[in-house]
Design a protein around this ligand. Structure first.
Ligand code: ZN
Length: 242
């Protein structure tokens, strides 16, 4: 196994070998979002998930949201004159504004000059988002892998991509698909696979109250999408930590 791009050994990430394949493992907490990343070298270029951004969406009106939150809570029978609830509409507004703050990451890519042609896998990237049906949180981990084509993505960017797609009301199925399609389209990855494992509070804390239930979703994309070998290897690697 040769040909790892030097970038793979940066930023505290490391590479191991499982089943004879190089696997870049990234189990650290996703890095905090920064407004912009500078390219690491002159050959790097940046792409952004343009068509999936909320750039054209109206900006949040936090004052209106706070008034609406107060009206909503009062309509549910809560007494906002109580000392302990007085600041709740404001806190609620800030909390949801933070959950929906989809700051666009600048995604630096690198030419795959060394012809690295094994799976790149970031395993167990933690994420949290909000289900679009109940506006209750769901959270878990994402395993994101791709088989590089002509471009490589900085490893930390995989976590940022997960964070970006999580920062809006979501369904787990759509988020899984968006991540896989993004890697296939923007990186021209030959193969991309995403597994999300998440616990939905709308399912564990209300409704059927199925505590401990994890929902697992898988999406594959790219020209080699149907390749059974890639799929089997990916699923083996993502399950290897259990
Ligand atoms: Zn829900």
């Amino acid at each position: 196994m040769t040909g790892l791009h030097p970038h793979y050994e940066q930023n505290g990430h490391f590479v191991t070998h499982i089943n004879g394949h190089a696997v870049s493992q990234m189990t650290a907490i996703a890095p905090a979002l920064r407004p912009r990343d500078l390219p690491v070298d002159g050959a790097a270029s940046s792409v952004g998930p343009a068509e999936q951004t909320d750039e054209d969406a109206p900006r949040a009106d936090l004052h209106a949201a706070q008034r609406a939150a107060a009206a909503f809570l009062q309509a549910l029978g809560l007494d906002l004159d109580k000392e302990e609830l007085r600041e709740t509409p404001a806190r609620m507004t800030r909390a949801y504004a933070e959950l929906f703050d989809a700051r666009r990451p600048t995604l630096t890519t690198f030419p795959n000059d060394a012809g690295y042609d094994e799976l790149v896998l970031a395993r167990a990237i933690p994420f949290r988002t909000v289900c679009e049906h109940h506006l209750l949180p769901f959270s878990g981990v994402a395993h994101v892998a791709y088989l590089p084509g002509e471009r490589l993505l900085g490893l930390s960017k995989l976590a940022r991509l997960v964070e970006f797609f999580a920062a809006r009301p979501q369904t787990q199925e759509r988020m899984t698909r968006q991540l896989a399609d993004y890697l296939a389209a923007k990186l021209s990855a030959r193969w991309a696979g995403v597994v999300l494992e998440a616990e939905h509070s709308c399912m564990t804390l209300r409704g059927v109250r199925a505590q401990g239930t994890k929902t697992v979703t898988t999406a594959l994309a790219g020209p080699l999408r149907a390749d059974p070998q890639q799929r089997a290897e990916f699923l083996t690697l993502t399950n290897a930590q259990d």
